[in-house]
Design a protein around this ligand. Structure first.
Ligand SMILES: [Zn+2]
Ligand SMILES: [Zn+2]
Ligand SMILES: [Zn+2]
Length: 299
């Protein structure tokens, strides 16, 4: 059979996975099978994705293809061993290609299609905030599983001034403080949040608009507004891509990605919203109320 008559078998074709950033410029495809799927609670993942944890899938590089927008990818060296990639327009997390090991690691929340894999374990639970309780039955590792022989990089906690809630981006060039108490905390499973954060879901807090003060590095912020959306957008550090609080004057709020915080917000989530758009591979096990669409607002 000549190679030009070769057709992709239907079962393989059906396993195609597509991924894209939330502004749609960076996109890629991958043909199964994937080999790893992990939730990571390390401080760098939480800050880079702006979430309680990241969810990444990995597999051989051979069936991975960029489909467009690679000129919009920015890369940040988060440790001597690790680089992290994001869309410089919208801040969405995008795949990391490792040529040495011939592996690709993709942000799971940015993917559409049947992944053919489920989360296998929690990494770096030793770094998660004490107030974030894990309620599923997956294996938990303090850092990496011992059989990976991987070197864990320590990221010391950043100090916060007494009496405020503080936060920073992953590289530390941008820092902020929030006065007073948050109004609400919510998990969001909408497609836009998943594609931007690259994780199972976003977790955001809202404070009153005037509660935020950027103390260092405000000039580093990139602010992206999704053109077709009433409110959706992102704010992130142009250097590292870490998601940061976003002013939303239309609502009178500042929307704070939980992963950017360096202190305990002393609040629990009101609910999971937009669970109708939830990633099929993610199970909600925490008993927190679920809303198919937007959570009802107190008026
Ligand atoms: Zn983008
Ligand atoms: Zn991590
Ligand atoms: Zn940064």
């Amino acid at each position: 059979m000549h190679s030009d008559t070769w057709v992709i078998p239907k079962d393989v074709y059906a396993a195609r996975i597509e991924g894209r950033c939330v502004c749609g410029t960076v996109h890629w495809s991958y043909d199964a099978p994937l080999t790893t799927m992990t939730h990571c609670h390390c401080a760098m993942c939480r800050k880079h994705h702006g979430t309680l944890f990241s969810t990444m899938v990995g597999g051989p590089l051979s069936t991975f293809h960029w489909r467009g927008g690679t000129e919009n990818i920015n890369t940040w060296q988060s440790s001597p061993q690790a680089r992290r990639s994001f869309c410089l327009v919208c801040g969405s997390k995008v795949p990391g290609v490792e040529h040495d090991s011939q592996q690709v690691f993709m942000p799971a929340g940015a993917l559409e299609g049947e992944l053919g894999i489920r989360p296998q374990m929690h990494l770096f639970v030793g770094s998660k905030p004490d107030w974030h309780l894990l309620t599923d039955s997956l294996p938990q590792h303090v850092a990496y599983p011992p059989e990976w022989g991987a070197h864990a990089v320590e990221n010391p906690a950043r100090n916060v001034r007494e009496g405020v809630v503080g936060g920073s981006c992953a590289c530390g060039r941008v820092r902020f403080e929030l006065e007073g108490r948050p109004l609400v905390m919510m998990h969001c499973h909408c497609t836009r949040c998943r594609h931007a954060r690259g994780s199972a879901h976003a977790t955001n807090l809202a404070w009153k608009l005037d509660a935020i003060r950027y103390t260092v590095g405000e000039e580093m912020l990139t602010v992206f507004d999704l053109p077709e959306a009433q409110f959706f957008g992102t704010t992130f550090c142009s250097h590292c891509g870490g998601f940061l609080p976003r002013r939303s004057p239309g609502r009178g709020w500042v929307v704070v990605p939980v992963g950017s915080l360096d202190s305990d917000p002393e609040m629990t989530a009101l609910g999971h919203q937009f669970v109708a758009s939830k990633a099929s591979w993610f199970d909600i096990t925490d008993g927190v109320p679920q809303f198919a669409d937007a959570a009802p607002r107190k008026s």
